[in-house]
Design a protein around this ligand. Structure first.
Ligand code: ADP
Ligand code: ZN
Length: 801
């Protein structure tokens, strides 16, 4: 008997084994297969096929083989297997992340009313009647839609099936090839010889086609009044041919990535020597990780570009990863300008059609450079010679749902498997990467100066305690910041103002009973969005109209505390009525493309001040910005997370790096209540190494990464007691399991004790043996199926909430 191991996209599920029927040859790794799963038929990916030991159970046979050759390249399948292993998720979940849209064919469970059902329609009652009515109307056919009807449950449907009133069917949905094709008509040789007598419409069609030897799309002919009918008549007469051509949907159009920055002509001496070192390391078959630590504005993008050109010249391909395309359009644009159509782009904001086409172009080998976000690490790019991870410290590389992989770390593994050079670039490297550079695991290449010897911004710290003493506790914009903003308006220069918190106010407090307005589903207070007139939870999106009186005691004495970007925007408009102010946060850029539009208005000089959250701190290059204001540098410091200081340092350094990137020098004003906190002090001096050393001492003392490896286990339950109880059970099982090479801490209620209606408890494993820690967690959780569904295992967590 020959068996095949198959990955299907079901959370938590490992590889499944099926039988290969006689006459079906062994499929390659990466081929799509249709397999039965429970009552459905689903698409899976072949992980390997071969002979077996005889005896034992006989697995079910596969239904069909969809591809002759690997759909997903073997290298990507192997990478997914590594991800499943390392991050403790199902291999199918990892593979689903790597698949393009529309690659899955699945059976949809449908219901049809039978003759018996029809006859009994009027006799049945309640849910059964409702279900039959819905089916009879013909509007509903899938089970999923049917159980949404009031009173109808899965039990209702299976009862009806048992009694013969309905029938379940499973038509397959999806197509093996989902490229967009367009039908073209052109003349045959016979038509060119002429002779045939045609009606007026056909004569006209022939005349048009004669002028277009490459053919004309049927849709275009239709706009000229030539119907498809007419063309088909020509086809029947042997005068024309219709063929299908594949159309590429191009994501570069209309995504704001078209405006390219011109590459510079001459590299600085520092850039040149860095490029030299990088080129030496980009040799075929040689894996190495370089950490490129370059201060903001040191010209890292230019290095990426030239290194990429070098690697492409030697016949290999390049993967460039960026945190978020909309926030870092420069890299994509520069690469597009240099490589033209040999560049593909992969990120989640593309339409399914665009992503599909780009994926298949990469797969066919038509692409030299892939630019993309986190999931682009799985791009089906052959012959990779270079992987670049720009802004490698950025938290958006970590996926916060299963598979909980870190795009940067998977990129390093992919490069290792491919024998390629990987370059991790940042002005503020993550603690992990810098520790690896210090230990010699990564090679450190530094750019210490800005290009053209532009100075880094001058940073002034404003101690808000002094401001409160002078102006009272309500001051939001300090006097120095107000003056600096006004000066910029007078000089027609631009400013950026950062506050990493959106909304108008953070808390609604009743001054009579002291109650705050909290989210019913999460343990946080609701944020006030004034222009929308609503109070909203930033975790579950629960929202309600802003109350006028306290919901507890009905007193009308409601006070708004704390502030967010919406309030800052208003303060600046009041202070500087002539200034053109824009705001970038998740409230103003909901719509696709809205952020690109706002940023390009700012770049074009149509706005004077840009207020925003961390979205504006990333790698933008606005040469006319000479002032950066940070409203409350401490926002991130209060968070119950061991990375709080690191995040604060990164954010402040990055945002200060936005000032003074053109010919004009820059200034940053940082408002804080903790001017002596080391993350704020070092950020103001832009002294990365000093920060790293202070922070490392803290991590070593507290036993946090990079001093140890960490696994975070969160258990969700209906009540707090249940969550704590179940987490305690896991913790004690882990303590018994081995207790070897790791320590178990907890359980304790998670910092967000309640989230989306579920109570959460957490525990940690700390140690130096990831393999042992993973094995222990897997063993404990695997044996408790029900608990496993409610348990999140996060290996190398980025967020502790
Ligand atoms: P980083 O990513 O390191 O912050 P960028 O790559 O965005 O820096 O470069 C900052 C600015 O300096 C850009 O406007 C870029 O065009 C310019 N630049 C880079 N290299 C040079 C150079 N060698 N000569 C002149 N300008 C340069
Ligand atoms: Zn909530």
């Amino acid at each position: 008997m020959r068996l095949v191991s198959v990955a299907v996209a079901v959370p938590g599920l490992g590889p499944l084994t099926y039988r290969l029927p006689d006459g079906v040859s062994d499929p390659h790794v990466g081929v799509r297969l249709l397999v039965p799963l429970g009552k459905r038929i689903v698409t899976g990916i072949c992980l390997g096929a071969g002979k077996t030991d005889d005896g034992g159970l006989t697995p079910k046979p596969i239904v069909d083989v969809l591809d002759d050759d690997a759909f997903l390249p073997t290298a990507v399948v192997q990478l997914c297997q590594w991800v499943a292993d390392y991050y403790l998720c199902g291999v199918g979940e990892a593979i689903a992340t790597a698949m393009p849209p529309r690659a899955w064919i699945e059976s949809e469970r449908c219901v049809r009313i039978t003759d018996v059902g029809h006859a009994r329609l009027l006799i049945e009652k309640a849910g059964r009647r409702a279900a039959l009515d819905a089916l009879e109307s013909g509007k509903v056919s899938s089970i999923e839609a049917l159980v949404k009807k009031p009173g109808v449950t899965y039990t209702t449907v299976s009862g009806l099936e048992r009694d013969g009133l309905v029938e379940l069917t499973q038509p397959l949905r999806g197509a093996v090839d989902a490229s967009r094709t367009v039908r073209y008509a052109r003349l045959t040789a016979q038509a060119l010889d002429d002779g045939a007598r045609l009606g007026p419409r056909q004569t006209e069609a022939v005349a048009i086609l004669r002028g277009a030897p490459d053919g004309v799309a049927l849709a275009d002919l239709a706009t000229e009044g030539i119907s498809t009918d007419t063309i088909e008549r020509l086809v029947r007469g042997g005068l024309a041919r219709i063929d299908r051509r594949r159309i590429e949907r191009d994501p570069f159009n209309g995504n704001g990535v078209t405006e390219g920055r011109r590459p510079v002509d001459v590299l600085t001496a520092e850039q040149r020597s860095a490029l030299e070192r990088l080129r030496e390391r980009a040799q075929p078959g040689r894996f190495e990780t370089v950490l490129l630590h370059g201060v903001t504005g040191s010209g890292k993008t230019e290095l990426y570009l030239r290194l990429a050109q070098h690697v492409c010249d030697t016949g290999r391909r390049v993967l460039l990863m960026v945190p978020e395309i909309a926030l870092t359009p420069a890299a994509a644009a520069i690469f597009r300008a240099a490589f033209g159509t040999r560049v593909a782009i992969q990120h989640s904001a593309l339409s399914d059609g665009e992503r599909y086409d780009q994926w298949h172009r990469i797969r066919r080998g038509e692409i030299d450079v892939v630019v993309g976000t986190r999931s682009a690490v799985f791009a089906p790019l052959p012959d990779i010679g270079l992987v670049i991870v720009d802004e490698e410290h950025d938290a958006s590389y970590k996926q916060e749902e299963s598979p909980r992989y870190h795009g940067r770390d998977v990129a390093v593994v992919r490069a290792r498997m491919a024998g390629a050079l990987v370059v991790l670039g940042s002005a503020t490297p993550s603690m992990e990467s810098f520790a690896n550079a210090r230990s010699g695991r990564y090679t450190l290449v530094s750019l210490a100066r800005r290009v053209l010897d532009r100075p880094l911004a001058d940073v002034h710290v404003v101690d808000m305690r002094e401001q409160y003493a002078m102006e009272g506790p309500d001051v939001v914009l300090s006097a120095p910041l107000r003056e600096a903003l006004a000066r910029r308006i007078a000089r027609r220069e631009q400013s950026i103002v950062l506050l990493n918190r959106r909304g108008y106010a953070t808390v609604i407090l009743c001054r009579q009973c002291g109650d705050t307005l909290d989210c019913p589903n999460c343990s946080v207070s609701l944020t006030v969005h004034k222009s929308a007139g609503r109070a909203q939870c930033h975790y579950c999106n629960h929202s309600m109209a802003l109350p006028r009186v306290c919901v507890k005691c009905a007193a009308p004495y409601l006070e708004l505390l704390g502030f967010g970007t919406e309030r800052i925007e208003q303060e600046i408009r009041t202070l500087l009525p002539d200034a053109r102010v824009g705001r970038v946060d998740r409230d103003t850029v909901r719509r696709r493309g809205a952020i690109t539009a706002l940023l390009s208005r700012f770049a074009a000089g149509d706005l004077d001040v840009l207020v925003g959250t961390q979205m504006i701190a990333k790698g933008h290059d606005f040469p006319r910005v000479t002032l950066v204001g940070v409203i409350n540098a401490d926002v991130g410091l209060g968070v119950a997370d061991f990375r709080a200081a690191e995040r604060t340092f990164q954010l402040l350094t990055q945002v200060a790096g936005r000032a003074g990137r053109g010919d004009l020098s820059g200034e940053a004003i940082v408002q804080t209540l903790h001017p002596s906190h080391y993350s704020i002090r070092h950020a103001c001096r832009q002294d990365y190494v000093a920060f790293y050393e202070d922070e490392l001492r803290f991590r070593q003392a507290m036993r946090y990464p990079p001093a140890v490896a960490l696994v975070n286990v969160v258990v969700k339950a209906r009540t707090r007691q249940d969550a704590m109880h179940d987490a305690a059970e896991i913790a004690s099982a882990l303590r018994v399991a081995g207790f070897d090479g790791y320590r178990v801490l907890g359980p304790a209620p998670a910092p967000l004790g309640k989230l989306r209606g579920e109570h959460r408890a957490q525990l940690f494993l700390k140690g130096s043996h990831r393999t042992k820690m993973r094995a222990a967690v897997a063993a404990v959780v695997e044996s408790r199926a029900e608990l496993k569904r409610r348990t999140i295992v996060d290996v190398d967590p980025m967020s502790m909430l």
